[in-house]
Design a binder for this molecule. Structure first.
Ligand SMILES: NC(=O)c1ccc[n+]([C@@H]2O[C@H](COP(=O)([O-])OP(=O)(O)OC[C@H]3O[C@@H](n4cnc5c(N)ncnc54)[C@H](OP(=O)(O)O)[C@@H]3O)[C@@H](O)[C@H]2O)c1
Length: 227
């Protein structure tokens, strides 16, 4: 089965941070932009977040609009996209909201992580080992085998860094919010890594759109900028 089209979705501050260092989640998007994200979720077959985001934010990760869920069902799709997460360690609490809302779920992990998670997530999610370490290509092969054509990756920074640096991202949706976090140790969209094409590779800009006080940039990292 073909691998899914991979879309990285992120909201950042002006200084490139995706959260601050406080225990509460920093809301970067405005309500119209959160609604846009809901639409992209509804258009995707699977949504993925990393274990760090699950532990930090404890999100439900749903399509919130009833109309969008009804449209999915009318189109013969499940009401909710498949929800996926990645944890190398297997340190995921079965009480997290992720497991208790929405439709089907899958936890990608390692051989050792799977030993911890199989009992813990019994009846809550499929547990899939990707080998001794997390192999992102194998993860995409597994999702393709489940019929996933579009995967929306909603962070956090480690997960975005892995997909982009391994040349596995087809599209980036980057919403820039008019905030400055100003904390060196706040999480960032991307970490230092070797990215395809290096620092001179200019990605194709597919769209720039204002959404209230937020700007959405859509980049196609596998395509070269025309200028
Ligand atoms: N603004 C936004 O759009 C947005 C969206 C999402 C999240 N966030 C923020 O992002 C922050 C969390 O980011 P994060 O980077 O700490 O966490 P993350 O990317 O969500 O998840 C990191 C975890 O995923 C697993 N993982 C990631 N890369 C891996 C790799 N290459 N190989 C194996 N396992 C890997 C590991 O799990 P184990 O430790 O279990 O092994 C790792 O600890 C939070 O502050 C959250 O609020 C912001």
């Amino acid at each position: 089965m073909p691998r899914p089209y991979v879309l990285l979705s992120v909201a950042t501050s002006i200084d490139g941070h995706i959260d601050d260092t406080s225990p509460d989640r920093l809301l970067l998007s405005n309500s119209a932009d959160f609604d846009r994200v809901d639409q992209v979720r509804a258009e995707s077959d699977a949504i993925l977040i990393g274990a760090g985001t699950m532990r930090a934010d404890n999100p439900r990760l749903l399509v919130n609009s009833e109309e969008r869920r009804a449209a999915r069902v009318a189109a013969g799709k499940p009401e909710y996209p498949l929800k996926a997460t990645i944890s190398a360690s297997g340190d995921l609490d079965p009480e997290l909201k992720f497991w208790h809302f929405g439709g089907e779920k899958v936890a990608y992990t390692t051989d050792s992580g799977a030993e911890k998670l199989r009992d813990r997530l019994e009846g809550l999610a499929d547990v899939v080992s990707l080998g001794e370490t997390v192999n992102f290509g194998r993860l995409l092969d597994d999702l393709g085998g489940r019929g996933v054509k579009q995967l929306m990756v909603e962070g956090g920074g480690s997960i975005h860094t892995a997909f982009l640096s391994q040349g596995l991202a087809d599209e980036i949706h980057m919403a820039i919010a008019p905030l400055v976090v100003g904390q060196a140790d706040a999480p960032s969209f991307l970490s230092p890594a070797i990215y395809p094409g290096g620092s001179t590779h200019r990605m194709k800009l597919a769209e720039a759109r204002t959404i209230g006080d937020v700007v959405l940039l859509r980049y196609l990292p596998k395509q070269e900028s025309g200028q």
